[in-house]
Design a protein around this ligand. Structure first.
Ligand code: GAR
Length: 218
């Protein structure tokens, strides 16, 4: 039976001038930077209120600090259980009252506590055209498979691995002489634009999730 329509929890822009984003990162943070650049324009409709990470010393955190944005770090190894780590991430996010949480290169799966709080408003960007090539190595797996079109997918996170309803996708060609690095870099150029476009629309227009289908608008 199809799931009922879920209305976006994002408030209409008339009620709140700017949607509050918490962005989670694990690495270089170029997707985060694209969001930071976009949110500099008030008409974008969203602002990054905090950046969270699962490790120290990454460029993603440095980007946030340079932009004057609050950060938090929770390393899995500092917690007794994965569930405790998940609760800590959830609590830190909650303290910033986000309307939407964006995983932008965050290389950890959300647990039950996180999804309990942010299910339906937690999105992840992945460097492959899902449902093909889920997991940690989307671009490498696509290249290895010999596909001629690769790309990126923004989806609403559910309890599976890269299985949630798709918000947006962007495709790029695979060139004959591509390496994982050149292909992933081409994907990331398209991915950043897709992420900025889709998150901006989610913030400004709202969105609904109807079974597997995500639509922008009230
Ligand atoms: C992005 O390509 C993102 O899709 C990928 O990590 C990269 C982060 O780049 N995420 C995953 O592979 C998650 N499965 P960035 O740190 O420069 O934004």
């Amino acid at each position: 039976m199809p799931k009922p329509t879920r209305r976006s929890p994002l408030r209409p822009s008339s009620a709140r001038s700017s949607a509050r984003l918490v962005v989670l990162v694990s690495g270089s943070g170029t997707n985060l930077q694209a969001l930071l650049d976009a949110t500099a324009d008030p008409s974008y409709g969203a602002s990054v209120v905090a950046v969270g990470a699962d490790r120290d010393g990454i460029e993603g955190l440095a980007r946030a600090e340079r932009a004057g944005i609050s950060t938090f770090v929770h390393r899995v190894r500092d917690f007794g259980t994965r569930e405790d780590w998940d609760v800590a991430v959830t609590d830190s996010c909650r303290s910033f009252e986000p309307d939407l949480v964006v995983s932008a290169g965050f290389m950890k799966l959300a647990g039950a506590a996180f999804l309990e709080s942010y299910g339906g408003r937690y999105v992840n960007t992945h460097p492959a055209l899902l449902p093909s090539f889920p997991g940690m190595h989307g671009a490498a797996d696509a290249l290895e498979h010999g596909v001629k079109l690769a790309g990126a997918t923004l989806f609403v996170v559910d309890a599976g691995v890269d299985t949630g309803p798709i918000v947006a996708q962007s495709a790029v060609p695979v060139e004959d002489d591509d390496t994982v690095e050149t292909l992933h870099e081409r994907i990331k150029v398209a991915e950043r634009q897709m992420l900025v476009d889709a998150v901006g629309r989610m913030a400004r227009e709202g969105f609904t999730i109807d079974g597997r289908r995500v639509r922008f608008g009230p």
